[in-house]
Design a protein around this ligand. Structure first.
Ligand code: AMP
Ligand code: GLY
Length: 415
C-alpha cells in the first residue's frame, strides 16, 4: 500500500487527494498543510507545513512512496530536487525545469528558440530602456513581472500611461519583490482562452480534455483577476481543428525543446492558450495541475489518477489508455463576498453532504466537527452532463444546497 504526501491547501489538492483516497493501492495520504476537505477524507491526515526541509525529514521517517507538490512555489523552490536528494520520488519538475513556469523571460526565450507560436515580446532588466520602448508598441500592451507573483504579475495596459505606471510599480516600487527585477513586454493577443493540462513522461506529452477557466470576479469577464471562478470542460471553442493547430504549433515543438534542453521530468504541463483567427498561441506554461481545472476534469476521468502518475514516472504514457466519461463538466466556485479584496472568514458551511455531485474544498477548515470558511475561494461544486447546458444546470441547482454567509459566485460559468 502506497503512502503519498501532497503539498498544498487548495481545491486542487483536495481533488488530487480525493482521487487517491478512492484508490485501493493507496494506504495513507498526508496533506501539508491540507484543508477542511482533505481533513474529511478517510485515508488522509493533515500535517502542518513549516518548511520543505522539515517535510523531507517527515517523508523519510514515514517512508513516503510519492510526493505531489501541488503549487508552483514549491516546485520553483526546489521541492523535487530536495526530496530526490533524500531518495524520495516526486511527481513534478526539478528546479531547473520549473523555470518554465517560474520565469516568464526564460519561458519566452524557450518558446522563441523552438518556434513555439506565442506573442511577440522583449525582455527588460533596465527601467529606462523599458520605458523608452513603450513608444514602439501598439496598445493594449501586456507587461509581465518575470517571476512568480501569485497570478498577479500580468498587467494589461490600455495606453502608454498605464504601461509606464505598470513598469514603475513592478521594477521601481517592487510590487512583486524580486519577481519584478526583470519584465517581459508582450504584444496583446485578442481571442478566446483555453487551458490544456497534459501529462509528461520525458518522451510524450499527453493532453487531457480541454478546459475553459473564468478568471475575473464579475460576470461577463469583468472586474479584478482571481485564482479562477469556474470552468467548463471541454472548452466549447477548442474543437478538433484547434487541437490539430495546438499539437503542430505548440505541443510538438515544446516536446522537441524539452528534450533538446534536457528539461525532462514526470509531471504536468499545463498550456495556457489564446485562440484567434491567426491560430493558437501559447501564453504560458504551468508545470502543475491547474486550479480549478483539475477539479473540473477529475470527475470525468475514468482512468485512475495514480495510473497516469505512475506511467509518467516510468516513461510509459500512452494517449490511448486514458479513458473518459462522455459529456461535459461544469465547475463553479463559491467564494467569500469581497474576494479577491477583503472578505470575512469563520462562517459555518452547511449542506455540502446533500450535493449530488462533487464538492472540493479550498478556503475551508475543519474546526472540531464543523466546517468554517477560511479563504476567498471557499469551495468548488462540479457536476457532469451530457451537454454543456445540462452540466451547468445541474451545478447551479446543486449550489443552492450549500450555505454560508456572504456566499458569492458567478452565474455565467460556461455560457
Ligand atoms: P499568464 O500568467 O501569462 O497566463 O497571464 C495571465 C492572464 O493574462 C492570461 O490568462 C490572459 O488572460 C492574460 N494574458 C497574458 N498574456 C497575454 C497576451 N499576450 N495577450 C492577452 N492576454 C494575455
Ligand atoms: N486556473 C489557472 C491556474 O491554475 O493557474
Amino acid at each position: 500500500m502506497q503512502k503519498i504526501l501532497i503539498i498544498g491547501n487548495g481545491g486542487r489538492e483536495h481533488a488530487i487527494a480525493a482521487a487517491l483516497d478512492a484508490d485501493n493501492r493507496v494506504g495513507q495520504i498526508f496533506c501539508s498543510p491540507g484543508n477542511g476537505g482533505t481533513a474529511r477524507l478517510n485515508k488522509a491526515e493533515n500535517i502542518p507545513f513549516h518548511s520543505l526541509e522539515q517535510l523531507a525529514d517527515f517523508a523519510k521517517e514515514k517512508n513516503i512512496d510519492l510526493v505531489i507538490p501541488g503549487a508552483e512555489v514549491y516546485l520553483c523552490d526546489g521541492a523535487v530536487d530536495l526530496f530526490s536528494s533524500r531518495g524520495i520520488k516526486s511527481f513534478g519538475p526539478d528546479k531547473k525545469a520549473a523555470r518554465l513556469e517560474g520565469s516568464k523571460a526564460f519561458a519566452k526565450d524557450f518558446m522563441d528558440k523552438y518556434s513555439i507560436k506565442t506573442a511577440k515580446y522583449i525582455r527588460y532588466t533596465n527601467v529606462d530602456l523599458a520605458l523608452k520602448s513603450l513608444e514602439d508598441w501598439n496598445y493594449p500592451l501586456v507587461i509581465k513581472a518575470d517571476g512568480l507573483a501569485a497570478g498577479k504579475g500580468v498587467i494589461i495596459c490600455q495606453c502608454k500611461t498605464d504601461a509606464e505606471e505598470a513598469i514603475r510599480d513592478i521594477m521601481v516600487d517592487k510590487q512583486f519583490g524580486d519577481a519584478g527585477s526583470e519584465i517581459v513586454i508582450e504584444e496583446f493577443l485578442e481571442g478566446k482562452e483555453a487551458s490544456i493540462l497534459s501529462f509528461f513522461d520525458g518522451n510524450n506529452i499527453i493532453p487531457l480534455k480541454s478546459a475553459k477557466d473564468h478568471k475575473k470576479i464579475l460576470e461577463g469577464e469583468r472586474g479584478l483577476n482571481t485564482g479562477g471562478m469556474g470552468v467548463i470542460s471541454p472548452n466549447p471553442w477548442f474543437d478538433n481543428n484547434r487541437m490539430v493547430e495546438f499539437k503542430r504549433d505548440i505541443l510538438e515543438p515544446t516536446l522537441r525543446g524539452l528534450k533538446a534542453e534536457g528539461l525532462i521530468f514526470p509531471g504536468i504541463i499545463f498550456f495556457g492558450l489564446m485562440m484567434n483567427e491567426n491560430g493558437v498561441f501559447l501564453l504560458e506554461y504551468n508545470l502543475r495541475f491547474g486550479d480549478p481545472e483539475i477539479q473540473t476534469l477529475m470527475p470525468m476521468l475514468k482512468t485512475p489518477l495514480l495510473d497516469l502518475i505512475e506511467s509518467s514516472m516510468t516513461g510509459t504514457l500512452d494517449e490511448d489508455v486514458i479513458e473518459w466519461h462522455d459529456g461535459h463538466s461544469c465547475c463553479v466556485i463559491l467564494a467569500s463576498g469581497g474576494y479577491p479584496e477583503t472578505y470575512k472568514k469563520g462562517y459555518s458551511i452547511s449542506g455540502m453532504d446533500n450535493v449530488d455531485g462533487h464538492v472540493y474544498l479550498a478556503g475551508a477548515e475543519k474546526v472540531d466537527n464543523r466546517l468554517l470558511t477560511s479563504g476567498g475561494r471557499v469551495l468548488a461544486v462540479v457536476c457532469l452532463g451530457d451537454n454543456p447546458e445540462e452540466a451547468r444546470t445541474k451545478t447551479y441547482n446543486e449550489i443552492k444546497k450549500i450555505h454560508f454567509d456572504d456566499k458569492y459566485y458567478r452565474s455565467d460559468i460556461g455560457l
